[in-house]
Design a protein around this ligand. Sequence first.
Ligand code: ADP
Length: 242
Amino acid sequence: MEKAVLIREDGTRVDGRRPDEMRPFRMEVGVLENADGSAYIEVGKTKIYAAVYGPKEAHPRHIAQPHRAVLQCRYHMATFSVSERKAPGMTRREHELSKVIREALESVLFLEEYPRSMIEVFVEVIQADAGTRTAGLTAASLALADAGIPMADLVAGVAVGKVAGKLVLDLSEEEDKNCEADLPVGMAPSINSIVLLQLNGRLTKEEFSEAMRLARKGIEVLYEHQKRALQKRFAAFGEVAE
Ligand code: ADP
């Protein structure tokens, strides 16, 4: 079978993007009535809801920690989120991504402010087209802010990949499936902290540095939109400080 052309002769990608261009995205905060905090994000064809409950009394009681809140996180892909029906239960991959997203969020949350309590984060992928862990993390951070849970900074994430020998920002699924390396990155930009970093494949030292530069560029754009989405949410309540 012939290999798909992922980078055209003019340097653009199959969907017409430049190597350092993100897919179109949008995000909205406070989209679910029944959760304490919520957010929705679309990145290309990827669509994700994030919902937060808490802080509330830890349940079951034996999981309670005397000096901090317990953060629980569930990343899940809906059965209809991919073209081949996905089994409804939690797969190994979903358990792994739940852990990776939880650890990324733990690094910015002030959990010690809520001893003996718990905070639950649900990341539900409605439609998957690559980049779901990073978009899920971006939405989860917004949902936590919407719930009023104090944190050192918002976090946002994007994946960088090596496709046909070239580094590209924000992989589409076609690129993700055919890439030589995939580097999902999550950052808390204002405190200059990397909260998620995984690498699938190989990169040289120089490529890694360039990939991190590209990731930061994408994350800073997402971060500005996160702040705007939160301002819009709180302006609706008339709560924006002068
Ligand atoms: P991420 O979504 O963070 O990029 P992966 O690299 O593991 O995570 O997955 C890339 C993409 O592959 C997903 O976004 C999704 O579009 C697709 N995918 C993952 N799991 C499945 C599955 N069980 N069935 C079909 N497609 C899947």
